[in-house]
Design a protein around this ligand. Structure first.
Ligand code: ADE
Length: 225
């Protein structure tokens, strides 16, 4: 999968060199390219923002650098993703859909967002999705893009070593994941639930399922509706 990320803070993405994603890049499973939006400015100050038409607080990202950057980066089949608190909500089903794409391009806005004409313009030739990480406001799209890149990358075949570990996770079944334990069997007086030491796989599966339902009822009753 190819992923291009455009931002005025490319350093946000330096950590994509480490851990599973770093390894997947080294192995050629992920081709991630990070670009500085200011490379497509032409003035001495490398200006990327201006005051909003109609007034109001904050600054809006100018369309020209975005237009030139995306003209250069978008391939015909690319999906353009604009992280925004005003977008559709990101969740595991969307992560799975994005993992099937060949080329994702993230346009990370700052300030009050990107001039709307950028989305309108590229929507005429490309698929464009505005996606929100959740109902809160970040300083820009970088952290949201990072979360989406991680959630999507680990679903790309080969990125996670043991694909079975993807199956039982929170949100894959529509429920939250059951609690996990490892050795020692007693720690600071806390015992591992005895069923997990029983060797009875049917009982263990039933117990885990009950725990998943109980956790979901407690923390996310909306998922049970
Ligand atoms: N940019 C600012 N806040 C955001 C959010 N919640 N999701 C995606 N992008 C954002």
């Amino acid at each position: 999968m190819r992923v291009d990320i455009v931002s005025i803070f490319p350093a946000f993405f330096d950590v994509l060199d480490v851990s599973l994603i770093g390894k997947a890049r080294d192995r050629g499973l992920l081709d991630i390219r990070v670009h500085d939006l200011r490379a497509w400015t032409h003035d001495r100050h490398r200006t990327v923002d201006d005051t909003p038409y109609g007034g109001g607080a904050g600054m809006v990202m100018k369309p020209e650098p975005w237009g030139e950057a995306l003209d250069e980066i978008l391939t015909p089949d690319a999906l353009l993703i604009v992280p925004s608190p005003a977008g559709e909500r990101f969740a595991q089903p969307l992560a799975r859909a994005l993992a099937d794409e060949a080329h994702l391009v993230f346009a990370c806005g700052r300030y009050e967002g990107i001039d709307q004409r950028v989305v309108d313009h590229f929507a005429a030739t490309h698929r464009v999705r505005s996606i929100s990480l959740g109902d809160y406001v970040l300083n820009g799209g970088e952290v949201a893009a990072m979360a989406m890149v991680e959630a999507v990358s680990r679903l790309v075949p080969g990125v996670v070593g043991n694909p079975e570990s993807l199956v039982e996770e929170s949100h894959e079944s529509g429920l939250l994941e059951y609690p996990s334990y490892t050795k020692p069997a007693t720690w600071r007086g806390h015992e591992v639930p005895p069923v997990l030491l029983s060797g009875n796989h049917g009982e263990i599966a039933r117990w885990r399922r009950e725990q998943s339902v109980a956790r979901t009822r407690m923390h996310r009753p909306d998922l049970l509706d």
